[in-house]
Ligand binder design. Sequence first.
Ligand SMILES: [Zn+2]
Length: 132
Amino acid sequence: MGRRRRKYRKPQLLRPIRRLPTIFECPNCGARALSVEIRKREKNERGEVKAIIRCGKCGLYAEMWVPEIFQPVDVYSRFLDAFLEGRIEYKFTKEGGEAELSLEELAASEEEEVGEAARESGGGVEEEEEQR
Ligand SMILES: [Zn+2]
């Protein structure tokens, strides 16, 4: 007896609720430096939110629209699938990445198309529009 008062309390970590970027393994360079950030403020018409996937090592950068309930790990697994299937647009924010140059290099060395080269780099600009 006398045990009644003893309430077991779960140790609760009272952390401030913050969206910490979560780090995963990068499918491109293999480093554990891939961060997923979910921007709940940016929504599209379908109610999806924007997720930013970025690797701190190789500079891989991609954006995805995901359901609002997605956790970073969900985003990551969806990103992995899309990445491996080649279904996602991504780029490298740093210079010095060795990957993804081969196609352009090959094409450029085989025939030199001067003139329309500038056409290729459209739409790759980051949109940092802040509404309000
Ligand atoms: Zn990487």
